[in-house]
Design a protein around this ligand. Structure first.
Ligand code: 5AD
Ligand code: SF4
Length: 517
């Protein structure tokens, strides 16, 4: 059948959609880019904020209207986090929905489509991710107190964490099951245009930040068997991939143990960095709690590991961090930033913040602004707090910051970040950056000249995740070039490509792929 899939939300969803497309192709389906031409329409959804879910409701409602006007209606499937959260209720509320499939059940999609084609309603949810997790949440959250981590556990170099992630997860079978789609991954028909690929190293999350729906929909934290990760990456590199991004909700908590041997995130990073011809290795997203020095040392010691850390603080105020159950304090976060800068010279940092979390005062908000001012962040994503059903915050803490205050605080943090981002980007003017070309920029054609095959507006990224705009032929997509940086905005760099396209990666003395001439 002809299948259309639209992906919302994070990188994990984008990877899931790619793997789903591969498994559907293998089952004889054809992926199409036009929703109107599809016999099966799938939405891979996000639940992290109310706004993301509203988008899906409007699509489902839209599909209803569209179907009313047309002949045979396509099979409609809701996949991913929102499917897991809403479950069968989606079918009850929207009779046109045929398939509901949680993120842990995507391998069953060919079977679910066959059932829907036979006129059935097909629902596949991860039982563990919902009820069991809700129970755990009740007992796990320790109220408003900041959970200070004991000295010995806190981010000491190489110190093993008190509780290894995989304790209590006995069977290799669970773990083998969850990466079946990853291991069956094929090269997409048009490859990876910019030679960049995501690779899952974990699934789920056990952190239970009180605002966050992820532990409820993606289930318990499980780390993938390291040899399988390395195997998958070798295959990707053989197929032409040069940049791999390791994915996990709190990727630095990766930990594999088979009793005899424990593989920490730093060990995994080192193993993956050794894959021959892998030019760039990235990872997202990191949790400040478990960002131990061993990770920083591996980052500093390997030329192909990008010196970029997405390290969301969420708030700069201890009282808010405590209610969020982030398990670190402001000063511990600041210390981590200082250590990262010391051990990995030139490291580039980026953050996420939530404004208007329950009980957030003006002083708390000012503490977040202060954190950004002192951080040197390349960029920050700022979100207005959105209560998510079933989370500890939604259950126990009134959403007491009015929306207009959330909006103002959001704008204020963005304005501070704009200043910091501008200063950050300006510091690279006059340097030369190694850029992986991602393709034609959306700005092409808006620059006062007609783009041609030989000269168009290209966009790419440095090792430090800086966005770089420059002119060049589109055929450079997927290649590494050197760009002399001439201009900066708060979000991006602009420069001129040097004539000679470089063939080997490596860092300059400024780190993050820059060199001073
Ligand atoms: N409301 C607002 N923002 C949220 N995030 C996660 N949950 C919520 C919520 N309930 C933000 C966090 C996280 C990012 C992916 O989304 O900042 O880092
Ligand atoms: Fe959500 Fe916190 Fe887990 Fe990130 S670490 S996915 S914010 S619970």
């Amino acid at each position: 059948m002809k299948v259309y899939i639209e992906t919302m939300g994070c990188q994990m969803n984008r990877l899931d959609s790619e793997l789903v497309a591969a498994s559907l192709r293998a089952a004889g389906h054809e992926m199409v880019a036009d929703r109107g031409a599809a016999e099966v329409v799938l939405y891979n959804t996000c639940s992290v904020r109310q706004h993301a879910e509203e988008k899906v409701y409007s699509r489902i409602g839209g599909a209803r209207r569209q179907k009313a006007n047309r002949g045979p209606r396509p099979i409609l499937g809701v996949l991913g986090c929102m499917a897991q959260r809403e479950g069968e209720q989606l079918i009850r509320r929207f009779g046109r929905v045929d398939i509901v499939c949680g993120p842990g059940q995507l391998a069953r999609l060919p079977e679910l489509i066959a059932a829907a084609a036979a006129g059935e309603k097909a629902v596949a949810l991860d039982p563990d991710a919902l009820e069991a997790r809700r129970e755990k949440m009740k007992t796990d959250h320790r109220g408003t107190e900041i959970q200070r981590v004991e000295e010995g556990d806190w981010l000491r170099s190489g110190t093993p964490l008190a509780v290894p992630t995989n304790v209590g997860i006995p069977a290799a079978t669970d773990i083998d099951d969850f990466d079946s789609l990853d291991m069956a991954r094929e090269i997409p028909p048009d490859g990876w245009p910019s030679n960049q690929a995501y690779v899952r190293v974990m699934k789920g999350c056990d952190n239970f930040c009180t605002y966050c729906i992820v532990p409820l929909v993606r289930g318990p934290e499980l780390s993938r068997r390291p040899v399988r990760i390395v195997q998958e990456i070798r295959r990707l590199v053989d197929a032409g991939v040069t940049e791999v991004t390791l994915l996990g909700q709190a990727v630095n908590r990766y930990r594999w143990s088979d009793g005899a041997r424990t593989v920490r995130f730093s060990d995994l990073l080192a193993d993956v960095a050794d894959v021959p011809h892998l030019r760039r290795l990235r990872f997202v997203t990191s949790h400040p709690l478990d960002f131990t020095d061993d990770i920083l040392h591996v980052m500093a010691g390997r030329a192909n590991i990008c010196q970029y850390i997405h390290l969301p603080p969420q708030s700069g105020a201890d009282a808010v961090l405590g209610r969020m159950n982030r398990k670190y304090t402001r000063s511990q976060y600041d210390e981590l930033v200082a250590r990262a800068r010391q051990i990995v010279p030139g490291v580039v940092l980026a953050g996420d913040f939530i404004v208007g979390f329950p009980g957030e005062t003006e002083a708390d908000h000012e503490a977040s602004a202060d954190l950004i001012r002192k951080s040197g962040f390349k960029n920050s994503f700022v979100f207005k707090y959105s209560p998510r059903p079933g989370t500890a915050a939604a259950k126990n803490m009134p959403d007491d910051v009015p929306d207009e205050v959330k909006r103002r605080r959001n704008n204020e943090l963005l304005a501070v970040q704009e200043q910091v981002g501008l200063a950050h980007h300006r510091s690279y003017i006059g340097t030369t950056a190694e850029v992986l070309v991602e393709g034609q920029s959306v700005r092409a054609g808006k620059q006062g000249f007609e783009p041609s095959a030989e000269r168009t507006q290209l966009v790419g990224r440095t090792m430090g995740d800086h966005i770089v705009h420059f002119l060049g032929p589109q055929s450079l997509t997927g290649q590494y070039v050197r760009v002399r940086i001439a201009e900066a905005t708060s979000l991006a760099l602009r420069g001129e490509m040097e004539e000679e396209t470089i063939s080997r990666g490596g860092r300059g003395e400024l780190g993050a792929g820059f060199a001073r001439k």
